[in-house]
Ligand binder design. Structure first.
Ligand SMILES: [Zn+2]
Length: 98
């Protein structure tokens, strides 16, 4: 399942994809095209941001339900196979610059 949603840059209007897990309040990332920093906040006045955040929230909910269903299905046979998550690192050190 695709876990990314489409985001549209507010400046250059380039559409790119970002993981739904990341698109939460106070998240920020650079546009791959014009490198403007987009801020994802719940009360953003920007329609593109709002739309992306709403889509991300919906997708996260769907993924959560899918995961719950998958756990239910596999828990009877083998538990180890339900671990499909890629390892997450807490730090957000990706050389972000202001
Ligand atoms: Zn851009």
């Amino acid at each position: 399942m695709d876990d990314s949603v489409q985001v549209k840059c507010t400046k250059c209007k380039t559409a790119f994809r970002e993981r739904a897990r990341r698109l939460q309040n106070d998240y920020s990332r650079q546009c791959p095209c014009c490198e403007v920093v987009l801020f994802f906040v719940e009360d953003s006045h920007d329609t593109n941001i709002k739309h992306a955040m709403r889509a991300a929230r919906r997708l996260r909910k769907e993924m959560h339900q899918l995961e719950a269903a998958a756990v239910l299905k596999t828990s009877t046979s083998s538990r180890s196979e339900s671990r499909m998550h890629s390892s997450r690192r807490g730090s957000r050190s990706r050389g972000d610059e202001d």
